[in-house]
Design a protein around this ligand. Sequence first.
Ligand code: PHE
Ligand code: ZN
Length: 882
Amino acid sequence: MRLPLDHTVRDDQTPSPIRLADYRPPAWRVDHIELEFDLGIDASEVRSRLQLARDPAQDAPLRLDGEGLELLAIALDGRPLDEGTYRYRDNVLEVDGARDGSVLETRVRVRPAANTALEGLYLSGSRERGFLLTQCEAEGFRHITFFPDRPDVLAKYTVTLRADRARFPVLLAGGNPDGAGELPDGRHWARFVDPYPKPCYLFALVAGRLERIERDYRTADGRDVRLVIWAEADVIDCCGYAMDALERAMRWDEQAYGRNYDLSVFHVVATHDFNMGAMENKGLNIFNAKYLLADPDTTTDDEYRAVEAVIGHEYFHNWSGNRVTCRDWFQLSLKEGLTVFREQQFSADMNSAPLKRIDDVALLRRAQFPEDAGPLAHPVRPAQYSEINNFYTATVYEKGSELVRMLAGRLGREGFRRGMDLYFARNDGRAATIEDFLTALGEANGLDLSPYLAWYGQAGTPRLVAEGRHDPVRREYALTLRQHTPPTPGQPDKRPLPIPVKLALFDPDGRMLPLQDGATEQVVVLDRAEHTFVFPGIERAPVPSLLRGFSAPVILECAYAPAELALLLTHDTDGFNRWEAAQQLAWRAYAELRDERDRAALTVWCETLAGLFETMKLDAALLADLLTPPGEVELAERETDVDPARIHALHQALQRELATRIGNAALHARYHDLASDAAAALDAASQARRRLRRRVLELLALVDTAAAQALAAAQFDQAATMTDRLAALAVLVRSAAPQADAALAHYRKRYDGNALALDKWFAVQAQLPGEAALARVRALEADPRFTLKNPNRVQALFGTWARGNPSGFHRADGEGYRLLAARLAELDALNPQVAARLATAFNGWQRLEPVRRGQARAAVAGLADRRLSRNLAEIVGNMLKA
Ligand code: PHE
Ligand code: ZN
């Protein structure tokens, strides 16, 4: 039984889960769909004409998904259907008498302005000035018309839009334009034909008053493409950077993967009202404005890079996702993990590869490891779900990308390219599975990659324990590697996985030793619970550099002496592992402070970093990252009886130690040195200076607070970039500086009309540490600019506070939990997807210290007693189960 066609429950009840094991091919396919829209803000009418094909091996009646549709007319093979020959209930339309080749026509009414869930056809912005758009992934198409809403039904689309010309001058849909014209009464029409069969989740339309910027592009295989970015008039000037990034992404995919674009137009549209980051609809990408708009006055360096990455991500989906799509939603990582990996490669090529790797691994540890260790843990390919929208997770995206990276590493650059070529060639126009992917990669290289399939089915982060032993007599180094994965909900017993460990050995003077064939780096694969690898010809006890470049998504446990980590931090040629050595040292230094033990690691950490700080030789951005210890979320990850207030205090104390060792004078000197060139340039060196400058200011604020606050206030006033302005503001707010209120007021006035800049104003205050946060959040939600209806605003305030500010959210009195639970209930009635995502802030509550644990459980349980959406019910239910 394939449930998407068999929903017999209403949205507000908990349905039985949908299981991968129950997959069956569709009984009915649609070869061609013609859609006609008569668009209006309050009501829109949708006519659809489906050309049906039946699977001769199945005899199920025709059943189509449809949610919240007002059915106005229905006809089969040209004849209106009598009541009694069709039934529309429980979100399924069942039609009697359909045959192979039948044509089903329906006319329905939908209500865009009333659609606060932002799924299906909805209104972005105000009723007077906003525009209409659609979001169909994962199951939004059923909110627009009746259809077998599953990704393995691929159809050709012909779409005609009709609307009032004055109110909706721009009419867009996916595919190639195929005519446009006038209609009576001031109306007009436009038609689009998509020659590539696609699943309905890739359908999109946009209609309203939008401005554009354009560019002509010729693909490597000679196709002329018109690139168009659309945005509302007030922000159209902020689209140039995205256009440049798009061109870079298109060239990159041609060169790196031989992939060319395949339509005559490529449209990108910006909206402020969007549940996710962006969407890869065929020929008509739709972007959360946050990942498209950029200009020096409002965009930070990190955000510029995010725009480039997301532009790349959505563009790369045209092949990894659209031309080759997913058989079912369990295969989501087939497109998402692969596309995140391609996006990461693109960003690494456009910027600094080691810095990118550091960012990506830091994100994995902050977002995915906690998910994998808590009640919401699930495999990269889940075995079951209740609400698919809850599975757009860090596990499916980020861990999924790590799995592709392991495979790519196993095959090498050329082998991976061969495998990808075969994957695309063999699966073009198909809805594929993870097995199809591994098979193609393996066959192109004469390898059996099926052991890696276990990674896709097993949740939890493997622990990799490494123990080295040097034998001076035999002049051998023996490295014993052991693995185990802790149990996760529903998966008590874990199997060993193939873990590729990229390694090098350093001699005590910091030189790399030759290994096999004279190479200094080697990959060993641990494919069982334990194995010992022997390296001959090693004279002196070496320091191993393990898991270089983070060659597998595991937690490495290796009993390094602090001095050995210092050696790697100073000498490792792998930029990522240098940073990793600093992280390991910081972790230990933190534990020493916490347990009031000897300060062996703390001393080495401070000494080594102070030394690197003084040499001036290091790239400024890498230095900034080295000077940054693991964050409070990562520190909490390794503890039981978590007390976020205490972790915050220790995290501050740890950094104060470092700042003290570097010294006020050195910090001041470096700050001024970095400030001497405060231009707005976006080149790597300027970005690196700003990154280090921010870090130096933060450290200074811990040891010379008043002076740092004065510097921050001046930096805020004079900033030439948002990066500098926001960094200064964050220091003022978090250190509760006397200048903070004036700066916030100034910022607020300056950016009052700018939604994205205002989001940062909410977010920076939601980071206020400790007890003071709650009152600030309460004040901010009473601000006239706050609304639960806008996902970005909700994320800026509640997301930042509940997920990014542990000491502010986790109050011992439970007030934080109660406030969040109350807002989740309100939000759930408006937008279940956003509510469910925000609710994951409670993840990890079982590991809190007893007082907070009790408060958190009560808040979550109180939520579970309410009438919730399927989305929020699933998250809350899982949270309480484990
Ligand atoms: N498929 C989108 C991406 O990752 C994400 C998305 C999912 C957007 C669901 C909207 C809805 O590129
Ligand atoms: Zn994606």
